[in-house]
Write a new protein. Structure first.
Length: 251
């Protein structure tokens, strides 16, 4: 069982403040604009990246006018700053690997900000490639156990839909797919009546660092939260694996 995934699920279920929701809207809008600008165009039926971003926007109740505005920024109908995408890699306390998906209109602003956050919170920003070898990009579909068949039946259904694996995460299941067939698997599962709680492309850690000390866990989580709150950080991935004892104390 992955403490990394369980902590992510706990965070998702916590009430979101208006400020957090506003930041979510901003990040997803940026994702929509990037998806259009990346060459797929403004039609989600022919642009899988845009289709996923719009689904994500709707899952957080983002207003339709925000979605339309973000698409128009991508097509050039509304003027917007040029956005650059890249990854940063580094380490949190206890040697936990951290990967960041960045989307920024000013790399010279973003780099010092991220470096400062790492150094201030007992981590360090590393060179490109320093931790990426520990992760694999996959599709991750989360299903609450309360809305799912038993594990054996879900495994059979997921594999028939093209998934690679199903993992028990306590109160939920993680269905793992390849990144290329992620949307197809998601839609196939939905067509079987499976209620999906969360679905996105993710960086799954292939090696993990177990954290059994609450104080250390809180330091790592503080850094992750600050990184996630940064306007230029789209996503944060780590190989932190919290023990059951730590999870019980944090949840």
């Amino acid at each position: 069982m992955s403490g990394h995934s369980k902590w992510a699920n706990i965070k998702h279920k916590k009430a979101r403040s208006d400020e957090k929701r506003g930041k979510e809207f901003t990040k997803v809008a940026k994702e929509i604009t990037i998806a259009v600008k990346s060459g797929g165009g403004g039609d989600p039926e022919s642009n899988a990246k845009l289709k996923l971003a719009i689904q994500k926007a709707k899952s957080i109740n983002m207003p339709n006018e925000n979605i339309t505005r973000a698409i128009k920024k991508g097509t050039g109908e509304i003027q917007s700053e040029a956005i650059e995408e890249f990854c940063y890699e580094g380490y949190a306390p206890a040697g936990v690997a951290v990967m960041l998906d960045i989307a920024t209109d000013n790399r010279n602003r973003t780099a010092p900000d991220i470096r400062h956050l790492f150094s201030k919170h007992n981590g360090n920003l590393g060179e490109s490639g320093c931790v990426s070898w520990m992760f694999k990009r996959v599709g991750l579909i989360n299903v609450d156990k309360a809305n799912a068949p038993d594990e054996e039946e879900l495994m059979l259904m997921a594999l028939e839909c093209g998934a690679d694996d199903v993992r028990d995460e306590g109160d939920s299941y993680d269905i793992i797919t390849g990144q290329d067939n992620f949307l197809e698997v998601k839609e196939a599962l939905e067509n079987t009546g499976i209620a999906i709680a969360e679905a996105d492309l993710d960086m799954l850690p292939e090696t993990q660092v177990e954290i059994s000390d609450v104080d250390t866990a809180l330091k790592i989580i503080k850094l992750i939260d600050l990184l996630e709150d940064h306007d230029d950080v789209q996503k944060v991935y780590t190989n932190m694996n919290l023990t059951e004892d730590v999870l019980d104390k944090l949840s």
